[in-house]
Each structure stands twice: as C-alpha cells, then as structure tokens.
Write a protein that binds this ligand. Structure first.
Ligand code: AHG
Ligand code: MN
Ligand code: MN
Length: 322
C-alpha cells in the first residue's frame, strides 16, 4: 500500500504544497478522532454564535475551524486563509506561495445525528500584486486551483484529492493517523440513474429546474425513458462522495427564496473544490449555463447554484438553462 506522502512524491507535487496537504491531513485525523467519540468528546451541540452568513454555528464548526486555522497560519508557505467561519481573509505569512480556503465542517446539521460530515479545502497560488489580507487574493476562477479535496468523516475517514491530475481516494488508518491510497483514479460514468436534490424546495425552483426534475421523476414512463432513484444526505461532502464512488447527479440549484436566490452553496470553498474533483474524475460541474470553474468570484462568501456529476446528465441540465 502507498501512503499519502509517498503518492504526493510519486505525483511530483512541489515540496511546499505536499507539506501543506500533509498538515491538512494531520489536522483532519485529529478532527476525525473527536468526531468518532461524538458525545464523549464534548463536540456536539450549538456554539450559540452566528457566522457572517447568519448561520448558527455548531461547536464542531468552531472547533474544526480553529484547528485548521492554527495549523495553516503556522506554515511559511501559506500567505492567507479564508474560511466559511471567518468573516474576512486572515493574513498568514508574507512570503507564502499559496492561499487556502476551507469549509471546516460541511454538513453541520448532520453533526448531532451521527450522520456524514466532512471538511472541504482548496489551494490557490498567492497573488503578489494584492495585499495578504485582501479578499482579492481569492478573486481567482476555480481553474486556478492547484489542489482541491475533502475529508469525509463517515464510518471510515476518507480523503478525495486532486493536485491537478486524477482524483485519488485515501483512507485513514485511525491509530496511525496515516492516509493510505485506496483508489488510484475515481471515474464518474457519463450517464446515471440517481439524483440528489432537496425536494422540499421544489415550489421555489426556476421553471427549467422544475422541468428537468419532473423528467427524472416520470422515469421510464416519460421522455427520459429510464427510471431514476433519489438520495439526499444533507451534507454536500457525502452527496458528492457518492457521486464520485458510483455516479449520479447532485443539484443545489438557485431558487426564488431571498436567501438562496443565487444558490445555497459557497463558490470558493464548496463549489470550486468539488467541481475540480468532479472534472478530474471525468464529470461535469455547472452553475446553470456556465461551468463553475470559469466563474470569476466577486465576493469572498458568494453563493452559486451547483449542478455536478455525470457528464451527459449535467449536460442535459445545462442545455435547459441556456
Ligand atoms: P454547511 O454545513 O457547511 O453550512 O453546508 C451545508 C450545505 C451542504 O453541505 C448541503 O448540501 C446543504 O447545505 C444542505 O442543505 P439543506 O439544508 O437544504 O438540505
Ligand atoms: Mn458546507
Ligand atoms: Mn460548514
């Protein structure tokens, strides 16, 4: 078996980037240990505070954010960080070549029910022409990512990672805190018969989204001519993981409710890293007519519709959006 450090070396990952990834991996092992103990480690429940997006923070949102933040700020190769749980960009080290954005804990509503949760992260090159603590550091399209990944804290802890090549999957050996390579190259089949969407929002969707989902529900009796199954984890990290493992399409579209009229998920640290992982596994990721990775962000915490997974299926949604 090949461990993460060895595979990063085989992939000729620059040393400073490999060190950064190993640091994220180490911290995720510590988070996984707390998650595994659940109520016994005092990480469940609300922190009683709100983040900049008006969401009530869970204890684990805050704990995971603090652990990742402290670890990353200590690295000389990190110039700045951005997090779902930080209002603004946090400057790190002037000479750093990289900037890092993360969702410390994705799927917060699953924490207290012992459901799937995870950490999502992305690394971009630092911009020399911009101040360390400026949000313009992160005003780069997703195509500029040098690395993207997530850790899924499920029955086993796994990390999906791309450093520009194939999307690989690693599994944590809990007692050793080491990730072993368990899938060399994840591939998403171009067609699928499984979709994931929060159906409770149906009445708020745009007409094109309504029409698309109706076609899936009509199944073999309708114009699609095949039946579809549905799954919804309530954590993007779990839903995208399923798509990477066995195919399918995941959607969090825009809807007419004011809070999510541009979608619910955040471009920088949710949509972009997942879009890169999916594209590197042969899938597709769009916000409607445009590919997610081509969007130039104008706000740090901006939201975006996310439709990703099987190439042909996402293509059908995209053509209905044009
Ligand atoms: P977070 O816990 O980081 O705020 O993200 C939650 C997101 C995402 O993980 C998931 O796909 C979505 O919210 C679930 O939304 P619903 O509550 O509409 O199911
Ligand atoms: Mn999230
Ligand atoms: Mn989160």
């Amino acid at each position: 078996m090949i461990d993460l450090a060895r595979q990063l070396s085989v992939d000729e990952t620059p040393n400073t980037l490999a060190e950064l990834i190993m640091k994220l991996a180490d911290v995720s092992g510590e988070i996984a240990a707390k998650v595994r103990l659940g109520a016994l480690s005092g990480v469940l429940g609300s922190a009683g505070e709100q983040n900049v997006q008006g969401e009530t923070q869970k204890k684990l949102d805050v704990i995971a954010n603090d652990m990742l933040k402290e670890a990353l700020l200590s690295l000389p190769q990190v110039r700045a960080i951005a997090s779902e749980e930080e209002d603004n960009v946090v400057a790190a080290n002037h000479g750093g070549a990289y900037i890092v954005a993360f969702d410390p804990l994705d799927g917060s509503s699953n924490i207290d029910i012992n459901g799937q949760i995870g950490t999502i992260f992305t690394v971009y090159p630092a911009r020399d022409e911009v101040a360390c603590d400026s949000s313009d550091q992160f005003a780069q399209p997703g195509r500029s990512q040098v690395c993207a990944g997530y850790m899924l804290y499920g029955p086993s802890t796994q990390m999906a990672l791309t450093t520009g090549g194939a999307t690989r999957l690693y599994t944590l050996v809990p007692d050793k805190g080491v990730y072993q390579l368990t899938e060399t190259e994840l591939r998403i089949p171009a067609d699928c018969q499984e979709f994931a969407i929060n159906m409770a929002n149906q009445r708020h969707w745009a007409p094109a989204t309504q029409a698309y989902i109706s076609g899936l529900q009509e199944g073999s009796a309708g114009h699609r001519g095949k039946d579809f199954n549905m799954r919804w984890n309530g954590a993007m990290v779990g839903d995208v993981h399923r798509v990477l493992m066995r195919g399918g399409i995941f959607l969090y579209p825009a809807n007419t409710q004011s809070k999510v009229h541009k979608g619910k998920l955040r471009l920088l640290y949710e949509a972009n890293p997942m879009a890169l992982l999916v594209e590197k596994a042969g899938g597709k990721a769009v916000a409607g007519a445009e590919n997610i990775l081509d969007i130039l962000p104008d706000q740090l915490h901006q939201r975006v519709p996310v439709i990703l997974g099987a190439e042909n299926e996402v293509g059908i949604f995209q053509s209905l959006s044009r």
